[in-house]
Design a protein around this ligand. Sequence first.
Ligand code: AMP
Ligand code: MG
Length: 391
Amino acid sequence: MISVSTALSIISKIRYTPNPKTVLLKDANGLNLGEDIISQIHMPPFRQSAMDGYALLLHDKNSYQIIGEVKAGDSQNYLLKPGQGVRIFTGARVPDDANTVVIQERVNRSENTITIDSEIHPNQNIRAIGEQIKEGDTALIKGTKLTPAGIGFLAGLGVTKVAVYAPPNVAIITTGNELITPGEKLKEGKIYESNSIQLETVLEQLHIKEINKYVVQDEYESTKETIRQAINDNDLVLISGGISVGDYDFVKEALSELHTEELFYKIKQKPGKPLFFGINNKTMIFALPGNPASSLTCFYIYVLPIIQKMMGINAIGLNRTTKIITKDFVKKGDRAQFLKAKVSGETVEILEGQSSAMLYTYAIANALVYVPEHIDNIEKGKSAETILLPI
Ligand code: AMP
Ligand code: MG
């Protein structure tokens, strides 16, 4: 059995070089750019009016003759003499000769003449060509995580496809004779299967779309064959349950038989002691304990940094901070603990009901308090390491 810090250091040393893959811009949200994006155009591509008003060629009087109109999208240019101008609208092309745009609120118009009631200066309300970015300049650098704003920015430069670090294909293998799919009738001795949907949704939150689900009974041969298949078809395999030491837990034996390189098995922690991590033919494998709260905690603490590596993201796991605890905490046993908790402002409340089988507490938690192996209690008012859940 190894400590939490040893397990995390094994995870941190895993090397993974993700390959960039070209995807449609609209499918790139949440993914990291695998290339620098160079702008193919000036943005804006022409001198653009920033307001509704009048584009003028200034002279020394405050009245101007209006000789035409330019709407957004018009391509026409007007030749202006000093003292002339055009009606113009936001986003429209400013005539080459105009040297300022005066907003309509400052203007009195009578027929084709306007008078301006305040001082005006050159170069007002005109967005210069390439003001946002120039052709040939780098729009976003490799490694930038694309957000809706980033996607909008690139679309504004005419980009339709980008190379990103594509998320891994992930297998979820559920083991357990006792499991029934929600929607079916519950029978004696059975429970509803909840780990796979939990893992699937947390993967989807990470923008992973290719998820292959497998179900096996607690039976050696089919467990082994299913794991073999999942390793062949996926970059990351998550196995739920069957990794403990019971007579019907076959995952560990199957993984060994398939020549999986074991990187660790069993961590001195609560929940999630029987966690297994290994590699088989470049596929990363986690066998997660079946208890629903253990399974999710192991995912957040150990699987997430590996997925971040696979997606070219800084592999730091969830955000960690310190918060003041609201009640005395006394640890039972000598394992490190991840406790379901609720952060509110600068404080954190460790919730009642920490059993690894109990999901209600997790469902209302927004954080995990981490109590390392060597700490036995934390007094109310003292600070505790707090891991913020992505809710
Ligand atoms: P195991 O790790 O297979 O020994 O399972 C530990 C506990 O978690 C048992 O009480 C199982 O019934 C429960 N469990 C295992 N897999 C699931 C699952 N997919 N959904 C809900 N509970 C599960
Ligand atoms: Mg089981």
